[in-house]
Design a protein around this ligand. Sequence first.
Ligand SMILES: C[S@@+](CC[C@H](N)C(=O)[O-])C[C@H]1O[C@@H](n2cnc3c(N)ncnc32)[C@H](O)[C@@H]1O
Length: 253
Amino acid sequence: MEFVKTKDGSNTLFSTKYQQHYHNPDDGAINESLSKHIIPTFEFQNHKEELNILDICFGLGYNTFSTIYYARQNGLNKKLNIYSPELDGELVKSLENFDFPKEFEDMKNIIQTVAKTKKYEDDYLKIEVNIGDAREYIQSFKKETFDIVYQDAFSSEVNTELWTKEYFDDINKICKEDCVISTYAIATPIRLSMNEAGLYIYEHRPVKRKITLACKQKQDIMGKYIDMDLKRQRNKEARAIYDNKTINKAEPC
Ligand SMILES: C[S@@+](CC[C@H](N)C(=O)[O-])C[C@H]1O[C@@H](n2cnc3c(N)ncnc32)[C@H](O)[C@@H]1O
């Protein structure tokens, strides 16, 4: 792992295993969490008093910790239950000593507890980090559990198992009817994987980069609707990604 300072001043890592940064250095780790995942999904689920969130995958925990930061900054009186798989147990343990941004200063006790015990719970917040394979972990949830899914794996070229049609079939099952899934990925094969798993695709541009939002029901307020049938008609070569590893080069829409 190599330590990298991002544009908003928050630190991330470069993974030598996946040959990718955990966060885009040009966007900033905390900015990326807030703009690509938390703000768009929380605006959509604004009316709910309790949210079950699936954070795929935990990594440095920015999405989980930024969720707490956002809820505190905005005085949200919601119960948050965050569930997050992560293969790399040593990474989670090391977060006890990670140099997080000042925004996380007042949640040091939460970070320490999660790093040491992989869980945290108080009256308003539950965090569970599961050390293991996300594909197995998601099988352990009942149908229609989640309100929000942060889909934040490494890219499909190197982390293929978390972008396939079959993976999104399993995600779809554990999403509530009004669940929203956020991801930085905008490539057609990924959107086809989601769409073939029964999800509607929307494009949103929170700041400079577009993101994808996906949901089980058509929504009016989600952003620009992307008609995936039209995409298929116009691009006969376009294919979803499947578990059998027939990977297509991810090209932007
Ligand atoms: C891009 S990073 C996630 C960054 C994280 N969301 C954050 O905010 O810091 C992707 C993470 O997925 C983990 N990962 C990759 N494949 C996995 C799998 N099959 N099951 C569980 N974790 C996985 C990697 O170890 C890595 O920590």
